[in-house]
Design a protein around this ligand. Structure first.
Ligand SMILES: *Cc1c(COP(=O)(O)O)cnc(C)c1O
Length: 486
């Protein structure tokens, strides 16, 4: 598949060909001698490809097409909510008044921006059932850490210094134990039962006077709703611990149930998942944290507050854990989330949840005949399959993921969560049509049949991508990061 627009730019180079035109220089050439140390001055001409403007445009356009994004195809990466990012969000984020404000401007000159942030906080308070929200954290994991630091500060303020342990179920998102560690707390793992839910007996066993908090991912990473939440809340609160809700995947419960009503003290949301912020490639994201009243004094400062008709940044917060991010969070992502919430309205947000859950259950039932379903119950926004049936035929989950690339799909999350053998975790999101879901399921069924009839085609995939099957060990140990002529 080596057509013209895939040739690499160095291969297209022709001596003397140029892609720019600059006016004649009409000022004296700068004398760099003495300005920079000798060693930093270039002696030879740079070896740059010599190409026309058209060549370079085709080069970068071809490279951009090698990317997979939610705007180019289905992206069912579990626990990531790769849903469509409505373009109205982008339009609003580009309004001059939002795009061109400076974070060091005087409060009086950014009242509109502060009002938007304040209003977004109010919406998130309503959505989560909490008493106050901070928009500072830049991502989900950052929100987790912020929430745990507040819980820590709360226990310390009470002189309760022995509360150093965070209970984390084995079905939690991987960032949970990591955040606990970074917050200087120790993680205690609590097991799942045969239904994939937190084992209450095990929870009762580990909870105690040293419990700082229980961190619950709900729905858990198996896509299952923790049915015994109220009982868990009671167990942990009775022992004096706080309850942390990992709400990164709130599109499974949005407008249906609220962490605040379930007894949770802290919750974080991922605006770059549930609330349609674009993500992938490391950000920017936004991981707001909501808290109940007794944790409000510990919120990061400044707090965006309303005094009469005026919006202010309140720094006078003596018990605050301090700033967790320069300025007031990732403003552009907050603008997008605000636009989304306002354009959907309460009924729209309810429909989000209904379709996210319906889509996942529909796919799960269609695929259950061809792949093992380790937990055969209604799922929420995502579900896990196991590739152990295919593994017996010599086809691993990794091979299935690679084979999907041949059909233009981003593979699902694989080998996570760890408690499912050959795990395949699929999250369709609510924004995909039935036709898209069906096409993906049809291909998954085709791959299951190939595993039985023609396993090599799966084992050797991908066949149609620019780069074929890599030797993953060598790629990790001895990466080739520079262009090399084939
Ligand atoms: C994505 C996710 C996180 C982490 O969010 P980041 O923004 O990637 O840091 C935490 N918990 C759950 C359940 C998630 O899905």
């Amino acid at each position: 598949m080596h057509n013209q627009d895939q040739a690499l730019i160095f291969e297209l180079s022709t001596p003397g060909r140029i892609g720019y035109s600059l006016p004649e220089m009409d000022v004296p050439e700068a004398d760099l001698n003495g300005l920079l140390p000798e060693g930093y001055l270039r002696v030879d001409e740079p070896e740059l490809p010599e190409v026309s403007e058209l060549d370079i445009m085709r080069h970068y356009t071809a490279l951009s097409r090698r990317n997979h994004g939610v705007d180019s195809g289905f992206y069912p990466l579990g626990s990531c909510t790769m849903k469509y990012n409505p373009k109205i969000n982008e339009n609003v984020a580009r309004f001059n008044g939002f795009a061109h404000v400076h974070p060091l401007q005087d409060e009086s000159s950014v009242q509109g921006a502060l009002e938007l942030l304040y209003d977004l906080q109010e919406h998130l308070i309503e959505i989560t059932g909490m008493d106050e929200v901070t928009l500072q954290p830049a991502a989900g994991a950052h929100g987790e850490w912020t929430g745990l630091m507040m819980i820590r500060a709360y226990h310390e303020a009470n002189g309760d210094l022995k509360r150093t342990k965070v209970i984390v179920p084995d079905s939690a998102h991987g960032t949970n134990p990591a955040s606990a560690t970074v917050a200087g707390l120790e993680t205690i793992t609590v097991k799942s039962n045969e239904n994939g839910l937190v084992d209450l007996e095990d929870l009762r066993r580990v909870v105690g006077e040293d419990t700082a908090a229980l961190m619950l991912t709900n729905p858990n990473t198996l896509g299952l709703f923790e049915e015994n939440i109220l009982e868990m809340a009671e167990i942990v609160h009775e022992a004096g611990g706080k309850l942390y809700y990992d709400g990164a995947n709130l599109n499974a419960v949005l407008s249906k149930a609220r962490p605040g009503d379930m007894g949770f003290d802290v919750v974080h949301l991922n605006l770059h998942k549930t609330f349609t912020g674009p993500h992938g490639g490391g950000g920017p994201g936004s991981g707001p944290v909501g808290v109940k009243a007794d944790l409000i004094p510990f919120l990061p400062k400044p707090v965006i507050a309303k005094r009469g008709e005026e919006y202010v940044l309140d720094y006078d917060r003596p018990q605050s854990i301090g700033r967790v991010k320069p300025y007031y969070g990732n403003f552009g992502i907050n603008v997008r989330a605000y636009t989304y919430i306002r354009s959907m309205g309460p009924d729209g947000l309810k429909a989000v949840t209904e379709y996210a859950v319906l889509n996942a259950n529909y796919m799960m039932r269609r695929l259950a005949e061809y792949y093992d379903l380790p937990f055969d119950r209604h799922c929420k926004h995502e579900f896990v399959l196991s590739g152990r049936r295919q593994k017996k035929l010599g086809v691993r989950t990794l091979d299935i993921a690679k084979r999907l690339l041949d059909f233009g799909y981003h593979p699902p999350t694989i080998y996570f969560p760890l408690n499912v053998e050959e795990c395949i975790m699929i999250e369709p999101t609510e924004t995909e049509s039935k036709e898209t879901l069906d096409s993906f399921v049809d291909i998954m069924i085709q791959i299951a049949k190939e595993a039985e009839e023609n396993p090599e085609v799966v084992q050797e995939a991908p066949h149609t991508t620019v780069v074929g099957r890599l030797d993953e060990t060598t790629a990790a140990r001895k990466p080739v990061l520079k262009y090399q002529k084939a």
